[in-house]
Design a binder for this molecule. Sequence first.
Ligand SMILES: Nc1ncnc2c1ncn2[C@@H]1O[C@H](COP(=O)(O)OP(=O)(O)OP(=O)(O)O)[C@@H](O)[C@H]1O
Ligand SMILES: [Mg+2]
Length: 504
Amino acid sequence: MLSKIDVQKFTTLIEINTLINSNFEDIHALLTQILDSATRLCGGEASSLLLVNKETQELYFEAALGSRLSTVKQFTVKLGEGIAGWVAQHNKSIIVNDAEHDIRQLRVTSETVDYPPKTMLAVPMRIKDECIGVIEIINKKEEREFNQDDLEWLEIFANQAALAIINTQSMDKARSEIKLLEDQLTAEEGFHPLIARSPIILEKIDVIDRVAKTDSSVLILGESGVGKEVFAEQIHLRSPRSGEPFIRVNCAAIPEGLLESELFGHVKGAFTNAIANRQGRFEMADGGTIFLDEIGDLPLSLQAKLLRVIQEKTFEKVGSDTSITANVRILAATNKDIEALVEKGDFRSDLYYRLNVLPIYIPPLRQRPEDIPELAGFFLTRFMAETKKQFEGFSNTALEAMLSYSWPGNIRELENCVERACVIGKGKWIEREDLFLNSPSSIPETEGGDRNLKTAINSFKTYFIKKVLEENNWNQTETARALDIQRTYLSRLIKELDIINPKE
Ligand SMILES: Nc1ncnc2c1ncn2[C@@H]1O[C@H](COP(=O)(O)OP(=O)(O)OP(=O)(O)O)[C@@H](O)[C@H]1O
Ligand SMILES: [Mg+2]
């Protein structure tokens, strides 16, 4: 017949088991709960749960009750030291009923900061017979002593705690493997992750979520390197076509003579090198999405053909009269001022209006500073893995420098900058110097932090004149013309401002 206390113990064990099996996410809370139940049921006053750090051969406090965790948290216990250290080293349980005189206690200070021990109970937590941590309970209530029964119960609780840890570890492992596989899958299709923190970009994501559901053409606009291609990928991935092909065409990279056959395919013999029938990118994209990058560079002759695909969904292969129908969604992007191209007659206005049904403008990085630390961190993690180097992150001054820089090359420039810093960086943190952000395109600060207007204007003049001189190979006549000033005035300024050609 079970005693009342045993029934209580069994009930508690069942509760803990249920928690472990319910995939309880917060391992720290779970371990604290196990420790709490164990302490209560063994009749202790205080307790700690310590875990072994294999690298340092020390135990650290994962949970503590009866004393403040924040107090003990700063301590570690070396293997072999103190009661917990002894238990971890010998992988054996122990009852200490005269702690003050126990030899192993002599070097203990940290384990029991808040609780001078009189009696103690300590047992190992094991995974496959290896000790991964220790649970210790301090001072049996009412001046009693711990007995074998307490020890056996505590061992059961310690097993539960170890089980919870194994569960979390295998869950973490499974999660990271799934993440890795997912990443590999997306990488194989050439898709890139989209990092977004700023309200302005989160809003854009909202827009593309809605746009993705339709079949309308989308024109993505924005400066170079802002992520136009990444957004095009997202429109496809969030669309009902996501399981179908995503075909990219860089209209600027393919020679004009080959572009038509690249887009629409050709039949054997259509031109000298057409030795076999060839599928075009529109045909490959059937059922899916085609992304026409740098659409501003599409030659006029092909603009007419593209317009027809959009309107009638049909086209012909080069050298063939047979019309082919393809169900393709068209996304296009450009960093050019496409309206100016239309005005100049370099881009058909009817095509522009067709594409511009749903224009999406991606703002430059300098207008969304909230994204900078997020993106920098993301790139740092990636390059640390690639270079097998470790950094804690960016120092505050490095972050400030990144936040005040204007990023003319946008995210691509940030990516390159972090990659370079990761290669160059030697310290624990990526420092401001590692980033090399003092590019010649930024206006230098006035020397010595002097903020009076005259020095500021002179500093700007120096910077500006030097830049135009560089652009004109230090030819003063041409520079004066570019600046729209007299040559003599320019040479006076050069002298006054002490501008020197570094190559001389
Ligand atoms: N929001 C983002 N999160 C993560 N990476 C991004 C993001 N935006 C852009 N990138 C990365 O920055 C680089 C430039 O992006 P992308 O090629 O999409 O720019 P783009 O606007 O098409 O530039 P271009 O006009 O020069 O073609 C890529 O390596 C891309 O993966
Ligand atoms: Mg691009």
